[in-house]
Design a protein around this ligand. Structure first.
Ligand code: SDX
Length: 436
């Protein structure tokens, strides 16, 4: 980061001495005011619950311009990556900083393929869960359990350990998600088939059985690969910040990623794709498009607690570019499967149309986000609703790992330890039980 010519001066109306703070510039996006010395100089903290105005780190991986609706992975626009590259190229880009050439792509893809199997012991963890356990409960457990199998690579201060852990996590997430699915439907686990692509292997492990030959549909394979690209990274979102904070204690990468999985599960974050599809199905049951107006009135009524899931975003105050690409993928997949009249897709488009013309949404700059259409296309592919967020976690693993490795690779990093504004009881003495 570069020192700006500008400086920030903080003055106090009570006559306390003013404080001068340096301003730093990034390559693009807002400058930052460096407040690291503020507490030492003033005895005061800044206060920013939810971190609406706080940069937690410097990063060179992903940039979002919320006003323009722009998303760049290492400088490349998401629209170009999603249409001209595949997920393996995107993983290489996020991890190492640039798109691979053909030979580097082949080498990287081969390395990932050589790590797709999990230890045979992993299957016994699943037996502890009920068959109807939520896949994200299973994934939180399985990803954390990985750390029990790789004692040879849990020192995150060792660059080689960081690299092999990244490869292992990217390679094994599809295998684990497919195992969670097979366990829920009582079918045998399918081993990875390494002659298949990353997305093709996932489809095979999800939908193949030992009894029948299974052919990967190129359309579904391409659609899933694009879904992975669109979900791969997204700056300092809640789950990525969780991974960074967790990893800052020096814990192993598998434990840090397990923390990210747990955070992503929430309906305000990655769990929104599941919540959005359930919302669409509820409206459909109530009567479909004819009930949209009634539903929207509930959404606008603060006391209802009802939100239009898949809409709104902390950073995007314009259309989430991923939502546009997801809608296109939706159309392609539904067309290919002869489902272009899918009632939920029509309902979603009607909801979007009404919302984008409604003052409540326009005034709050609420647009569809990545979760609004992703559930419809995953459902068309045959992925059950409960697995949507696990697929999101599968794709986001490369972003989490790239961000974790970027932090650990920075010699200046420290353990994250925020402070607070204390509003509880002042010091008081304990009364003996008889006197209370
Ligand atoms: C993801 O951070 C990331 O980058 C996340 C993500 C990623 O790739 O990692 O992009 C993935 O998590 C996408 C977001 C998925 N979540 C949802 O779709 C759930 C529904 N959306 C909301 O819960 C909400 O929009 C958030 C959580 C996404 C953002 O919340 P903020 O930034 O805290 O905004 P807010 O709640 O303060 O909303 C501002 C106003 C409020 O109204 P007022 O109090 O000003 O009157 O907009 C309203 C909110 O009530 N509002 C909504 C709404 N989202 C915001 N009203 C109805 N429906 C919604 N969806």
């Amino acid at each position: 980061m570069k020192l700006a010519d500008n400086k920030a001066t903080l003055s106090f109306s009570n006559g306390s001495p003013s404080v001068e703070m340096p301003v730093y510039q990034g390559s693009i996006g807002p400058d930052v005011i460096d407040i690291r010395k503020l507490y030492a100089q003033t005895g005061m903290f800044t206060y920013d619950p939810g971190f609406l105005s706080t940069a937690s780190c410097q990063s060179a991986i992903t940039f979002i311009d919320g006003d323009k609706g722009e998303l760049l992975y290492r400088g490349y626009p998401i629209e170009q990556l999603a249409t001209q590259c595949d997920f393996m190229e995107t993983c290489h880009l996020l991890l190492y900083g640039d798109l691979p050439n053909a030979s580097k792509k082949a080498e990287f893809s081969k390395t990932v393929r050589m790590h797709t199997m999990v230890n045979e012991q992993m299957q016994f963890f699943l037996r502890g869960f009920r068959r109807d356990a939520h896949p994200m409960a299973i994934m939180t457990g399985l990803v954390g359990a990985l750390s029990a199998f790789y004692h040879d690579s849990t020192d995150i201060n060792n660059p080689e350990h960081r690299d092999i852990s990244a490869i292992r996590l990217i390679a094994k997430m599809p295998t684990l998600v497919a195992m969670a699915y097979k366990y829920s439907v009582g079918q045998p686990f399918m081993y990875p088939k390494n002659e298949l692509s990353y997305a093709g292997n996932f489809l095979h492990m999800m939908f193949a059985t030992p009894c029948e030959p299974y052919t990967v549909s190129p359309v579904l394979e391409r659609a899933l690969d694009r879904i992975f690209i669109l979900h791969a990274d997204h700056e300092q979102n809640a789950s990525t910040s969780t991974v960074r904070l967790c990893g800052s204690s020096g814990t192993n990468p598998f434990a840090a990623i397990a923390a990210g999985v747990a955070c992503l599960w929430g309906p305000a974050h990655g769990g929104a794709n599941e919540a959005c599809l359930n919302m669409l199905e509820d409206i459909q049951k109530m009567g479909g498009v004819s009930k949209v107006g009634e539903f929207m009135e509930k959404v606008k009524d603060k006391n209802s607690g009802v939100k239009l899931m898949g809409f709104g975003h902390r950073v995007y105050k314009n259309y989430d570019p991923r939502a546009k690409l997801m809608q296109e993928t939706c159309k392609e997949v539904l067309q290919e499967l002869g489902l272009e009249n899918d009632p939920l897709f029509k309902l979603a488009m009607q909801l979007e149309k009404i919302a984008l013309e409604d003052e409540y949404f326009v005034s709050r700059k609420l647009y569809p986000n990545v979760d609004f259409y992703s559930g419809i296309v995953q459902r068309a592919i045959g992925i059950p609703v409960g697995l949507f967020t696990a697929v999101f976690a599968l794709a986001r693993t490369v972003g989490w790992i790239a961000q974790l490795n970027e932090m650990i690779g920075d010699p200046e990093y420290k353990i994250g330890r925020p402070r607070q504004l204390f509003t509880g009881s002042e010091r008081r003495d304990v009364k003996p039980l008889a006197g209370r």
